[in-house]
Design a protein around this ligand. Structure first.
Ligand SMILES: Cc1cc2nc3c(=O)[nH]c(=O)nc-3n(C[C@H](O)[C@H](O)[C@H](O)COP(=O)(O)OP(=O)(O)OC[C@H]3O[C@@H](n4cnc5c(N)ncnc54)[C@H](O)[C@@H]3O)c2cc1C
Length: 496
C-alpha cells in the first residue's frame, strides 16, 4: 500500500467532476495536474457572451446546492468566499398549445393547489405523488447515487441493505409514464411528470418508474439559482482549486494514458510524457478507451450502452421583455410519445418538439441589455448519427418560432437580434461527449444504473473515472457525487 506524500495525480478534463475531484485530492495532499483540451474550465458548464448578452452554454437547472457547498467546506474554506445562491420560488412555467398555463411552484402545497386550479386534478393526489417521490429517494439514494455499485463493501452498509430490501417497491418493471398514468387522470399532468425522464436524457416511455424520485428534488427540496448564473459554479470550484495549488494546463488534449504492466504511469500530451501515480479521466468513458487507451481491452458491453439524448440549442438575444415568461419555461408538444419515438427510435428530430426556454436575465438583469432578454432555447434531440445538422437548423428554427408565436401570440422573429447555436456534433467536439450525449448513457433500461462504467478500472491499476458517463451518471448533482465516490475509492486504495 502506498502512503500519499505529495504523490502525483493527473486529471484529464476540467468538467464539474474533474474540478470537484481536484479539490478532494488536493485537500488530501496530492499534487494535482489537470489537462484540459479547451482554453477554459467547466466543460459543459461554461458560458459565453455576444453583444451584451451572456449565456450559460449548457446546464440551466440547479438542484442540491449542498453538493457544491460540501465540496468547498471539505477543503476547509468558507462557502460565501466562493459561492452564493438563492432558492427559487418557481420551479418552472408550463405552456400548452390550447392556452393552458401553469406555474409549478417550488413549494409542494402551492404547486398542488395550482394543479387543482388549472388542471382540475385534486391537489391531494399531487401531494401523495410527491410523498412517494420522497420515500423512493430516501430508499434509493445511498445505494444508487452515493455508493460505488462495483465494490462489495457497498453491500454491507445498513442504508444500502435497506435499499436492496426495498428493491421490489422501486417500480423497476414498469416505465415512468405507466406509473404517472396510473396516478393522474389529466394527460397534461401525466406529461408534466413524464418530463422528469429528460433530466437524465431518457424517455418516460422506457425509463423505469423509479425515476419518480426526480420530482422530489424539484418540488420537495427545491430549485436554486447560483448568483451570477450557472457558470459561477465552475468559477467557484476553479478558484478554489487554484487556491489549493492545483495546476492547470489549458489547450492541452491528452493523447494517451500511459500504462506499464497493467499499472497507469501518466499521460502523453503533444508528444511529451507526464508521469503520475494515478490518472482520473473526467472525459467521457467512450473516447477514454477508444482514443486514450487503444491498446487496452475495452469494456465493450458498457461502451455499447444506448447514449442519452442530446440537444439543439438556439441562444437568442431578444430585444423585448416577456412578462409571462420566467427563469424556466416549457412549451409542450402535442404528442409526447411520438416525440420520444423520434429521439430514441428513429434518431430524427421531432416535428412538434417540446421547447425549453431558460432566461437567466430574469434573475441577473445584467445578462442582457436593458428591456431585452437572453433566451436559451433548447429542444431534445437524438445524438449525432450523421444527420444533416444545417438542414435541421433551418427546419427546427422555423418549427420553434411557429410554436412560440402561437402560444405567446406574438411574432418573435423580429426580436431575435443575436443568434448562436449548439448542436450534438458541437457538443461532442467541445466536450468529447460521445455522440454529443448530454448525460452519458441513457437510463432507458431497468438495469442502466448497474451498467454505467465504475469509478475505477478493473483492469488497470491507478486509473479512475469521474464524470457524467461514469457512475452514478450525468447532471451536475450526479457528477459531483461521481467525484465524491471516485475520491473515496482513491482514499481507500491509497490508505489516506
Ligand atoms: C445543453 C446542456 C444542457 C444541460 N442541462 C443540464 C441542467 O439543466 N442541469 C444539470 O444538472 N445538468 C445539465 N446538463 C448536464 C451537465 O452539464 C453534465 O452532466 C455535466 O456538466 C458533465 O460534467 P462532467 O464532469 O462529466 O464533464 P464535462 O462537462 O463533460 O467536461 C469534460 C471535460 O473534459 C475535457 N476533455 C475531454 N477529453 C479530454 C482530453 N483527451 N484531454 C483533455 N481534456 C479533455 C473536455 O474538454 C471537457 O472540458 C446539460 C448538458 C448540456 C450539454
Amino acid at each position: 500500500m502506498l502512503i500519499c506524500n505529495m504523490s502525483k495525480a493527473i486529471i484529464i478534463g476540467s468538467g464539474i467532476s474533474g474540478l470537484a475531484t481536484a479539490v478532494s485530492l488536493a485537500t488530501k495532499g496530492w499534487q494535482v495536474l489537470v489537462f484540459e483540451s479547451n482554453a477554459y474550465p467547466g466543460g459543459k458548464l461554461s458560458q459565453f457572451e455576444i453583444e451584451g448578452y451572456r449565456f450559460d452554454a449548457g446546464p440551466s437547472l440547479f438542484t442540491l446546492p449542498n453538493l457544491v457547498t460540501e465540496v468547498i467546506e471539505s477543503a476547509g474554506k468558507k462557502v460565501g468566499d466562493y459561492f452564493n445562491f438563492v432558492q427559487c420560488e418557481e420551479a418552472c412555467r408550463y405552456f400548452w398549445e390550447d392556452g393552458t398555463r401553469l406555474t409549478a411552484w417550488s413549494d409542494s402545497k402551492a404547486f398542488a393547489q395550482e394543479v387543482q386550479d388549472k388542471l382540475n386534478e385534486p391537489s391531494v393526489k399531487v401531494i401523495r405523488y410527491l410523498e412517494e417521490s420522497a420515500k423512493l429517494y430516501k430508499n434509493t439514494h445511498s445505494l444508487f447515487l452515493e455508493s460505488s455499485l462495483h465494490k462489495w463493501q457497498t453491500y454491507f452498509n445498513k442504508e444500502v441493505f435497506s435499499a436492496l430490501f426495498n428493491l421490489h417497491s422501486l417500480h423497476l418493471t414498469e416505465n415512468l409514464h405507466a406509473v404517472n398514468a396510473k396516478r393522474f387522470k389529466n394527460p397534461k399532468l401525466v406529461q408534466l411528470f413524464d418530463r422528469f425522464a429528460t433530466y437524465n436524457g431518457s424517455s418516460p416511455f422506457l425509463t423505469p418508474g423509479v425515476m419518480q424520485i426526480i420530482p422530489h428534488l424539484e418540488h420537495n427540496v427545491g430549485t436554486f439559482y447560483p448568483k451570477g448564473g450557472m457558470h459561477s459554479i465552475t468559477e467557484a470550484l476553479f478558484s478554489l482549486v487554484k487556491d489549493l495549488g492545483v495546476e492547470f494546463v489549458f489547450n492541452s488534449k491528452v493523447d494517451e494514458i500511459l500504462v506499464n504492466n497493467k499499472q497507469v504511469t501518466g499521460v502523453k500530451v503533444g508528444g511529451k510524457s507526464y508521469l503520475s501515480d494515478l490518472v482520473v479521466s473526467n472525459a467521457d468513458v467512450y473516447p477514454t478507451y477508444r482514443q486514450l487507451l487503444p491498446k487496452e481491452k475495452a469494456p465493450e458491453k458498457i461502451l455499447k450502452q444506448e447514449r442519452s439524448s442530446s440537444a439543439f440549442i438556439f441562444y437568442w438575444g431578444i430585444s423585448k421583455s416577456f412578462q409571462e415568461l420566467g427563469l424556466h419555461n416549457i412549451f409542450f408538444s402535442n404528442d409526447y410519445r411520438s416525440e420520444f419515438n423520434s429521439i430514441f427510435k428513429e434518431k430524427s428530430i421531432p416535428t412538434d418538439p417540446t421547447i425549453y426556454i431558460n432566461i437567466s436575465s430574469k434573475e441577473t438583469e445584467t445578462d442582457a441589455p436593458k428591456d431585452s432578454e437572453n433566451w436559451f432555447v433548447m429542444v431534445n434531440t437524438p445524438g449525432d448519427y450523421g444527420q444533416d445538422w444545417e438542414q435541421i437548423r433551418a427546419e427546427l428554427r422555423l418549427a420553434v418560432i411557429q410554436k412560440l408565436n402561437g402560444i405567446l401570440k406574438t411574432d418573435i422573429e423580429p426580436f431575435i437580434e443575436v443568434e448562436e447555436v449548439l448542436t450534438p456534433p458541437l457538443i461532442e467536439s467541445k466536450t468529447s461527449s460521445y455522440k454529443g450525449a448530454l448525460y452519458g448513457s441513457a437510463s432507458n433500461d431497468a438495469m442502466s444504473a448497474f451498467l454505467r462504467h465504475p469509478n475505477f478500472s478493473r483492469k488497470l491499476k491507478g486509473l479512475y473515472f469521474a464524470g457524467g458517463s461514469a457512475h452514478p451518471g450525468g447532471g451536475i448533482p450526479l457528477c459531483l457525487l461521481s467525484a465524491r465516490i471516485t475520491t473515496d475509492i482513491i482514499n481507500e486504495d491509497y490508505a489516506i
